[in-house]
Design a protein around this ligand. Structure first.
Ligand code: FES
Length: 181
């Protein structure tokens, strides 16, 4: 015959073990859930994010100036390296082009020369017109361009994904594939 005291002690220990197992399971589930849900949460908070490039006064109409934005996909520990440059061309009124600073050939940063109204790449002599289209050299296509919008006095760009081919300058050069050097 079972001892009632023994039975209730077993029942108590069983409940305690369930409680401990549940607590351990919950602790182990936190990193797993973080891994699974992290990209979704990240996408909402910082990925695909509109970020300011500067005030409109910084970009006079008819000129191309360097802009800067904070990489929305970085961390506070990135410090100054989170600040990224881009080229802003203010065409007129609320019409802009915002270019990635990297050459479409092998990613070197291109420089703007206002006197000739050309972007030039120091690495292999790539040259681009002010609208981002290729003028000369090895680049197989125009500069990459960010989507933008004007909010109040701020120029914003969509910086959560790679910039796309320039709308005006996206046409690949005749006889050049994007992979050719
Ligand atoms: S990287 Fe610019 S021309 Fe090659």
């Amino acid at each position: 015959m079972n001892d009632p005291g023994e039975y209730s002690r077993r029942k108590f220990l069983f409940k305690i073990s369930l409680l401990v197992n549940g607590a351990v399971g919950a602790v182990l589930a936190v990193p797993v859930l973080g891994y699974v849900l992290g990209p979704l949460l990240k996408r909402n908070e910082s990925y695909n994010y509109w970020v300011p490039v500067g005030n409109l006064e910084q970009f006079p109409a008819g000129e191309t100036r360097m802009g800067q934005y904070r990489n929305p996909d970085g961390t506070p520990a990135d410090g100054q390296t989170r600040n990224l440059p881009c080229w802003v061309r203010h065409i007129e009124n609320n019409r802009f082009q915002v270019f990635a600073i990297n050459c479409a050939h092998m990613e070197c940063p291109v420089h703007w020369f206002p006197a000739s109204r050309l972007f030039m790449c120091p690495c292999h002599g790539g040259v681009y017109y002010e609208n981002g289209a290729v003028a000369a050299g090895p680049p197989p296509r125009g500069l990459y361009e960010y989507k933008y919008k004007v909010v109040g006095n701020q120029l914003m760009i969509w910086a959560g994904e790679l910039p796309t081919l320039s709308t005006e300058a996206s046409i690949a050069r005749p006889g050049k594939s994007p992979c050719q050097g």
